[in-house]
Write a protein that binds this ligand. Structure first.
Ligand SMILES: Nc1ncnc2c1ncn2[C@@H]1O[C@H](COP(=O)(O)OP(=O)(O)O)[C@@H](O)[C@H]1O
Ligand SMILES: [Mg+2]
Length: 183
């Protein structure tokens, strides 16, 4: 993995659907063409919820739903196109290679991949990995790892933005109630 200089990590606890979405929105605002985000975690961990936030941050107005049955959902119309990929039903590296996803990964948009675990070797070696875990009814842990210098930079910008004036004061209620549904 030439060029991988660091594994910057960031841990985030989300106490609500709105918070998970808001993190996604912040991330979506920072993404650049060709960025690849891998979302790992069990069912209900919040992968699709986070993706809905990312879409919002990219300025996509269409509702993002789970692509489990379609494999890839494309969302044009925002600042950058979003490719939402779900590998739950795909087993093994070769099967993923056969899908020919490189046009997405190395294209003009942003790729968000749910269930990357089985096929890491077929996915871009540099990526932002977000591992989500359920730690309570409405509490989720998001462990973010930057794999590659490009993503170190993304995490730096995410941190800078979160500590800047755009962050909400503690306890401020979200202006909008978000719902994240399974499908
Ligand atoms: N803090 C939270 N962040 C994200 N989702 C949450 C949170 N608390 C509860 N939930 C619920 O967990 C579920 C997450 O679903 P979804 O995003 O589809 O998960 P996944 O794509 O990982 O299977 C939703 O039903 C959502 O309402
Ligand atoms: Mg999902």
């Amino acid at each position: 993995m030439v060029g991988v200089v660091g594994l910057q990590v960031l841990d985030f606890i989300s106490h609500s659907v709105a918070q998970t979405r808001r993190l996604g929105t912040r991330l979506g605002q920072l993404l650049r063409p060709g960025d690849v985000i891998l979302l790992a975690g069990e069912f209900g961990a919040g992968k699709t919820c986070l993706t809905q936030g990312i879409a919002q941050g990219l300025g996509i107005t269409r509702r993002v739903t789970s692509p489990s049955f379609t494999l890839v959902n494309e969302y044009p119309g925002g600042r950058l196109p979003l490719y939402h990929i779900d590998l739950y039903r795909v087993t093994g590296v070769q099967e993923v290679l056969d899908l020919g996803l490189d046009e997405y990964f190395y294209g003009a948009g942003v790729s968000v991949v749910e269930w990357p675990g089985q096929a890491l070797a077929a996915l871009p070696p540099e990526h932002l990995l977000i591992e989500l875990s359920v730690i309570g009814k409405t509490k989720r842990e998001l462990h973010i790892t930057a794999v590659g210098s490009r993503y170190d930079d993304l995490v730096d910008r995410l941190l800078a933005q979160a500590s800047g004036s755009e962050s909400l004061p503690p306890g401020e209620l979200p202006r909008e109630v978000f719902r994240c549904s399974q499908i």
